[in-house]
Ligand binder design. Structure first.
Ligand code: ATP
Ligand code: MG
Length: 260
């Protein structure tokens, strides 16, 4: 794998609860992400996956720990360029799009904000992005509610692409979609990675998905990383009892031959 892009060290998140005890959702989580790599995060519901993902993307402040992107520390108030560089793809594609904006205006937002595009340059870039994600240009004037869930997720991906990030954080990007649409979206994400060299942090409940697309895996339990390693290694010879239980719970599938 190539050079380290992101270095996450000793990340912690304590949620303050009004009238109740504080809750430690993420405990001392460290990992790295290389250029062009996909890091899968797995773990039971409530194990802290989304909390980690949102801290990485700058959507949630960390309680402590450090995040270093391209050798530069990311402070809690990120520069515009650091925000641009890490984009988030949401679990629920429909609600992640502003219902009052047309598709073209949803895509125009990051293009104006990060690249100051206007007029014809803006227009043609929007068309390019629609092409990139396989949505007809004629959908420009539609509202999100006039698209299917899978189409909305394509727009969510186009909006992330618009920022020209180096890292995409995908938080269960296909779990709200039915099976055939899921695999189309996964193929699109993989194709984009091949052509643009993105790094992905990819959260999914389906271990088959993680197995197929990840180079390395991080296994989380109750806010902690219990195991990490190359995907084939973790899946075929899990060390931690929790990982063993997770793998055994996969409904009998044949793990496909994995090529490195
Ligand atoms: N804003 C919040 N305030 C208080 N507690 C929270 C908040 N957000 C999440 N939590 C708690 O932190 C823990 C981790 O939540 P998180 O959403 O990161 O889990 P997850 O691994 O993404 O789960 P899932 O697989 O269900 O999406 C959970 O116990 C959750 O209840
Ligand atoms: Mg989650």
């Amino acid at each position: 794998m190539e050079q380290t892009l992101l270095e996450v060290s000793h990340l912690n998140k304590i949620y303050k609860r009004k009238g109740g005890p504080d809750f430690s959702a993420v405990k001392d989580v460290s990992f790295t992400l290389a250029q062009g790599e996909t890091l899968g995060i797995v773990g039971e519901s409530g194990s802290g996956k989304t909390t980690v993902a949102k801290m990485v993307a700058g959507m949630l402040p960390a309680t402590s720990g450090s995040l270093v992107l391209n050798g530069q520390a990311m402070e809690s108030r990120r520069s515009k360029d650091m925000k641009r560089n890490i984009q988030y793809i949401f679990q629920d594609p429909v609600s992640s799009l502003n219902p009052r904006l047309k598709i073209k205006d949803i895509l125009a937002e990051p293009l104006k904000l990060y690249f100051n595009l206007r007029g014809e340059a803006l227009n043609s870039r929007i068309n390019e992005l629609l092409d990139d994600v396989g949505i007809p240009q004629s959908y420009r004037d539609r509202y999100p509610k006039e698209l299917s869930g899978g189409q909305c997720q394509r727009i969510g991906i186009a909006r992330a692409l618009a920022a020209e990030p180096s890292i995409m954080v995908c938080d269960e990007p296909t779990s709200a979609l039915d099976m055939t649409i899921q695999s189309q979206i996964l193929e699109l994400l993989q194709e984009l990675q091949r052509s643009r060299g993105f790094s992905y942090i990819f959260i999914a409940h389906g271990l088959e998905v993680i197995y197929t697309i990840s180079n390395r895996v991080l296994v989380m339990k109750q806010g902690e990383v219990v195991e990490t390693g190359a995907t084939a290694q973790v899946f075929h010879s899990p060390e931690h009892p929790y990982t063993q239980t997770l793998i055994q719970s996969i409904p009998k599938i044949e793990l496909p031959y994995f090529e490195y």
